[in-house]
Design a protein around this ligand. Structure first.
Ligand code: GLN
Length: 539
């Protein structure tokens, strides 16, 4: 099966969800990449949605969009932020997608009269998808994260596919890392290994003996605990890896290095030993992040602020920009529904900058618009992303252009001034999944604008996920009164960036810059926004 000798690492999880499989997978990938291997990570999710695009952010957090327009799990964001290489449609597969392919093929008669079953048809399709990226020849190692917990009914076909694949690949070509929890019982003053033992037993019942155990813990694992886990779970003691809670997710690669996770993987896969990991720039980033010389507070105005995962990439982009500016960024999460003329001055008064977040639907929209009016008039640095940019356009129409009833078509289809309108090609679409403007589009930046100063070049490409657009019928009116389109799609003329000339930093982007910010390439819009906030804080 592995003709080009690609090695496969599978990451499963047990005991509870939210143990951070994605971060462990990304950290391992980082270490292997830093040694010179070509690595990618993919995530297999056991739910029935074809992709997370139709999911409410409260379900699984933000929907991460790739260059090729796939709507994916937020873990892919971590993969990109850690590895600094783009992922694609192939890096995220759900049960829904697997079944969809198998059932479509069944309708085409592809199974020649056979009974179509979970085993072998669904498991074969899972295996085919797992090895897809391996066959491109672009990678030495493929890390596959299996979503959910072992023992869940819906995870079973994936676990079975991993069991088969490990066998098919042969020894030294595939290994399983199982992530578990070693809880600390305060009353007993002890770390407990039983949940890990049970979880490994469960995995063994499905025919998989994990090769490496990564144990999430709040306290260091003493030698006798490691010995106990090793003994009861059939792994060698140096394959019991401690994963302590970290200050920041960006510490985890270094913690895993200290625990020799990468060395264990290399030894078990009999990889020819490449260089020691080159992590200088990573460490430099951490050094800057942890030793800030300034501090700013930025308000993040959004609808889903109770669940921080809903704005994961934005929060991470601020961390990257924080290191780049050597400035601590405190994010103040503000629910747009709590904002009105009365509450705004108090809530926004001491902020050094305000970001209005992406989103869908009407809830909280007037709070966002009122907040933008306040920061525009008080010259507080402002950054609007997607819906945030659209709100800035609506606010400007109402309060500067005098078009009091201006609105986005999304919120009021009967407005006489649809300054944000539905795109022509979106008008006849009735299906919801995968039908927005998705993925990377080019943008041309006008010289002499703030945006040009930010990017330092005129041709950029950014990722999109939206249905509505700036209505070019109103563009001349906007530009005459000071809000300009500084970035425009060269093929369609669609407005991608707006900014106000007479304001220290008022920028709205129709795209999602947060999706392209990585540790090694912090996004310039976030970097310059934090810089503007820093300058504002000193006024
Ligand atoms: N709801 C808006 C649209 O569809 C904005 C989407 C977003 O913020 N991602 O255009």
């Amino acid at each position: 099966m592995t003709t080009n000798n690609v090695k496969y690492v599978f990451v499963t999880g047990g005991v509870t969800s939210s143990l951070g499989k994605g971060i462990i997978a990304a950290s391992l990938a980082k270490l292997l990449q830093a040694r010179g291997y070509r690595v990618t990570i993919q995530k297999f999710d056991p739910y029935l949605n074809i992709d997370p695009g139709t999911l409410n952010p409260y379900e699984h957090g933000e929907c991460y969009v790739t260059d090729d327009g796939a709507e994916t799990d937020l873990d892919l964001g971590h993969y990109e932020r850690f590895l600094n290489i783009p992922t694609s449609q192939a890096n995220n597969v759900t049960t829904g997608k697997i079944y969809n392919t198998v059932i479509t093929r069944e309708r085409q008669g592809a199974f020649l009269g056979k009974t179509v079953q979970v085993i072998p048809h669904i498991t074969d399709e899972i295996k085919r998808n797992i090895t897809l990226l391996g066959e491109t020849g672009d990678y030495d190692i493929i890390i596959t994260e299996i979503g959910g917990c072992v023992g869940d009914i819906e995870s079973l076909p994936f676990v079975e596919a991993v069991r088969q694949l490990k066998w098919d690949l042969g020894s030294n070509n595939g290994l399983v890392i199982h992530l578990t929890l070693v809880p600390y019982l305060k009353s007993a003053g002890e770390l407990k290994t039983k949940p890990t033992q049970h979880s490994v037993k469960q995995l063994s019942e499905s025919g998989i003996q994990p090769d490496i155990l990564v144990c999430r813990t709040e306290h260091q694992l003493p030698a006798e605990i490691r010995r106990k886990v090793a003994q009861f779970c059939n792994v060698s003691i140096n394959s019991v890896i401690e994963a302590m809670d970290a200050d920041t997710i960006y510490d985890v690669p270094l913690l895993m290095r200290k625990e020799k996770l990468d060395e264990r993987v290399i030894a078990k896969l009999k990889l020819t030993h490449k260089n020691e990991p080159e992590l200088d720039s990573w460490k430099e980033f951490l050094g800057k992040l942890k030793n800030p010389t300034d501090e700013v507070t930025i308000g993040l105005v959004g609808k889903y602020v109770e669940l921080k995962d809903a704005y994961k990439s934005i929060a991470e982009a601020f961390i990257h920009a924080s290191a780049a500016n050597e400035t601590k960024v405190n994010l103040k999460w503000i629910s747009s529904e709590t904002l009105n003329e009365e509450t705004i001055p108090l809530t926004l008064k001491n902020l050094d900058g305000v970001l209005v977040a992406p989103g869908f639907g009407e809830r909280g929209i007037e709070g966002k618009i009122a907040a933008i009016k306040f920061v525009r008039e008080n010259k507080i640095p402002f950054f609007g992303i997607c819906l945030g940019m659209q709100c800035a356009v609506v606010e400007y129409a109402r309060n500067v252009l005098g078009l009091k009833e201006a609105a986005s078509f999304e919120m009021n289809p009967n407005t006489p001034y649809p300054v944000i309108d539905m795109m022509e090609e979106q008008k006849n679409i009735t299906m919801k999944g995968g039908t927005m403007r998705l993925g990377a589009y080019p943008c041309e930046i006008k010289k002499g604008t703030k945006a040009f100063g930010v990017y330092g070049k005129s041709k950029i490409s950014e990722r999109h996920r939206h249905r509505y657009e700036f209505n070019n019928k109103f563009l001349a009116q906007y530009e005459e009164s000071g809000m300009i389109a500084s970035g425009v799609n060269p093929d369609t003329g669609l407005v991608e960036i707006v900014e106000i000339k007479d304001h220290p930093w008022f920028v709205g982007a129709q795209f999602h810059p947060e999706l392209k910010s990585t540790v090694l390439n912090p996004h310039p819009l976030f970097v310059k926004f934090v810089k503007a906030a820093k300058e504002f804080s000193k006024l």
